[in-house]
Design a protein around this ligand. Structure first.
Ligand code: PL4
Length: 405
């Protein structure tokens, strides 16, 4: 009989979001009368806006015509790649440095094949679970260890707490490691300043590290002083890969479209090109994003599409403001929710899964327990601003009863 991949056995628990969904289902089964509202998983709820939707429809229509039909486009639509470079990076990348994906999560997983087993990993703690769980699956991380709040061997957790203003101590980053960094951050909602990102890039270059920079929430940034991409920092192309997505800004969570930037300047210790390797890997184990999704992506990046992105992200930021205000009225300290769709609420001394259960029982509102994002998430709960306005208002009214505090 064939053996199981031993790295799978290293995973300590199930993936966070299905676990939250399971507990929600169990609660709903036990309380069939309850109208449960989800402020848990960051899943978009609002319809795709008309201009972008028309781009999708037109993309589908063209596939039914001789002139408009297209098949495999492994590397992605060249017009879309060019447009991404222009809109997000001031045209500084050539189209063969922009790789279209079926979403940023999918590329975060695939990118790990560039480095392989035994790579040292550093993550913001707390962080989006895919960085850690994906590292375990590729063997970059080892088994679970209970010491110091728990964590996987081979992963350096960089605590992001109120004490350090949710930006990690860069001295903790090991030499020659792969650093996952997300800004605006999931789950804390914190956004790194230009100075902080510059310090991160300097540290990475000095220590021979690469950064995988996850900018999936960049379109929620409203403060013009805050950087939307790591490539705003000079020299970042020497040490960073950026992943991004149409999921949250355009409502493409189910459509599936994203991209990765792998600069040609990026070189391994031996001088080999990371870009060439990524083209090789992507060409081997990925067959391109849907042509329909890419047509929608092109529509999203013209003038009308960008205005719709602004409208949609404004809507979710409006939800975030309501949630934040409701929590603050109860005296709960929270950050995020201003340039980000997540609010990170602090319940000092409490277990985050217990707070999750209390909020579910008292308010029939689903959240995400902070401990699921890493050891430093203990005592926190994440509220997502993705929801219909009426549901968010109803959730805020229920929360304001405060029975769970
Ligand atoms: C639940 C920092 C959400 N099933 O849609 P994608 O693949 O382009 O984006 C995924 C993604 C990438 N980077 C960050 C993210 O936060 C997300 C989406 N995260 C959340 O609630 O934290 C959805 C999670 C989904 C999942 O596992 O990704």
């Amino acid at each position: 009989m064939i053996n199981r991949n031993p790295y799978i056995a290293n995973l300590k628990a199930g993936y966070l979001f299905p676990e939250v969904a399971k507990r929600r289902r169990e609660f709903a089964a036990a309380h069939p009368e309850a109208k449960v509202i989800s402020l848990g998983v960051g899943n978009t709820t609002e319809p795709i806006l008309p201009h972008i939707n028309a781009g999708l429809v037109e993309g589908a229509r063209r596939l039914g015509t001789v002139e408009g039909y297209s098949g495999y486009q492994d590397e992605g639509n060249a017009d879309l790649r060019k447009k991404i470079s222009e809109v997000f990076y001031g045209g500084k990348f050539s189209i063969d440095e922009i790789f279209i994906s079926d979403g940023s999560k999918c590329d975060i997983g695939r990118l790990q094949t560039l480095f392989g087993a035994g790579t040292k990993i550093a993550v913001q703690d707390p962080s989006y679970p895919v960085y850690v769980d994906g590292s375990v699956l590729t063997g970059a991380a080892g088994g679970w260890q209970d010491a110091r709040g728990g964590g996987y061997a081979g992963i350096t957790y960089l605590p992001c707490t109120a004490e350090n203003n949710f930006f990690p101590n860069l001295e903790l980053i090991p030499r020659d490691s792969l650093i996952y960094f997300c800004s605006p951050n999931n789950p804390t909602g914190a956004v790194a300043t230009r100075e902080q990102l510059a310090a991160l890039v300097d540290a990475a270059i000095a220590k021979g590290c690469f950064i995988i920079f996850d900018a999936a929430y960049s379109e929620f940034i409203r403060d013009s002083e805050l950087p939307k991409t790591i490539y705003d920092i000079e020299k970042a192309a020497l040490c960073a890969i950026e992943v991004n997505s149409f999921s949250k800004p355009a409502g493409f969570t189910g459509v599936r479209l994203g991209w990765s930037v792998v600069p040609k300047q990026l070189k391994y210790a031996g001088g080999e090109s990371v870009n060439a390797d990524w083209a090789r890997i992507a060409g081997t184990i990925f067959n391109g994003a849907s042509n329909i999704a890419q047509a929608g992506g092109l529509a999203a990046l013209d003038e009308q599409g960008l205005a719709e992105i602004r409208e949609l992200t404004d809507f979710y930021l409006g939800n975030a403001k309501l949630i934040r205000a409701a929590l603050q009225k109860l005296g709960i300290n929270c950050i995020g929710g201003e340039n980000s769709p997540y609010i990170w609420a602090h319940f000092p001394g409490k277990d985050s899964w217990e707070v999750f259960s209390r909020i579910l029982e008292e308010c029939q509102v689903v959240t995400t327990p902070g401990a699921g994002f890493g050891p430093a998430g203990q005592g926190f709960v994440r509220f997502s601003a993705f929801g219909h306005r009426a549901d968010v208002e109803e959730a805020c009214a229920r929360l304001s009863g405060g029975g769970f505090v």
